[in-house]
Design a protein around this ligand. Structure first.
Ligand SMILES: [Zn+2]
Length: 263
């Protein structure tokens, strides 16, 4: 009888093994850890679990519904329900942008669509790299002039929310890679983002660096955390030298300020 009881507790523990890092609030990135043989579902979608047992998901800016995480092992399931805390986002007005960058012409639209496809392709990469659960560092020193989620009014016209953080720094300031990964895109002059680098860290977590002056990496490179990858510029749709830094988890933009390790 005692032996039987022990086995039962052991199985229950295996099913319920779950650790979650990150706040359940809009724009947050949640890193989970479980037994590597467990299956994890979030919003009924099965997530990749790394060989160490890590998995990851993002909470969108406008998420209101609770999040249901289910853990399955040998047909036994456990459900964890999490309430998502709402945030208040700022309204940010920016004037003095070139008219074409706010209301692009037909020619520009063709280019925007072509470049949009390249970026969308990168956002859909979902590799087995296992850097996604490691700490991210602030890529450049400077003052934060733009935050995640703010509603944008550009030259008086309402535009999509801002999903990056803007860090102002003098032109030519060195930018460090925030976390190790593979370079998916390194382009000199995209319409909105100018000089742009996209790096993937595994399980669909990617980082985007925009408005760059010089780029020192190319597509296919593996770059380590802290490595010099570019310099600050003001290319693309920008009013002054700054780095726009973004994180997307399988296409969901998350707030870099909630992810970057605080010193
Ligand atoms: Zn920005």
């Amino acid at each position: 009888m005692i032996r039987f009881l022990f086995v039962l507790i052991f199985i229950t523990n295996q099913v319920s093994a779950l650790e979650l890092k990150g706040n359940f609030e809009q724009g947050s990135l949640i890193i989970g850890k479980t037994n590597p043989s467990n299956e994890i579902y979030v919003d009924q979608k099965k997530l990749k679990v790394s060989k160490e047992g890590y998995f990851i998901f993002g909470i969108s800016r406008d998420r209101k519904k609770n999040i249901i995480i289910s853990i399955n092992k040998d047909n036994k399931a456990r459900e964890v329900i999490k309430v998502v805390k709402s945030r208040k986002f700022k309204v940010q007005k920016i004037d003095g942008l070139s008219k074409r960058k706010v209301s692009p012409n037909d020619e520009d639209m063709k280019r925007i669509r072509k470049e949009g496809k390249l970026i969308a392709k990168a956002k859909n990469v979902n590799s087995d790299l296992s850097f996604f659960f490691k700490d991210f560092i602030r890529p450049v020193d400077g003052i934060t002039t733009g935050v995640f989620g703010s509603q944008r009014i550009l030259n008086g016209k309402p535009r999509r929310p801002h999903y990056g953080i803007d860090i102002a720094a003098p032109k030519g300031t060195k930018i460090k890679n925030s976390n190790s990964g593979n370079v998916l895109l390194a382009a000199n002059n995209l319409f909105f983002t100018g000089g742009t680098i996209i790096i993937e860290h595994g399980h669909g977590l990617i980082s985007i660096y925009s408005h760059l002056e010089k780029i020192f990496v190319k597509k296919g490179d593996f770059v380590k955390k802290g490595e010099l990858i570019a310099t600050v510029g003001s290319t693309g749709r920008s009013t002054g030298p700054h780095l726009d830094f973004r994180l997307y988890c399988r296409n969901i933009p998350v707030d870099p300020d909630l992810v970057i390790k605080k010193n």
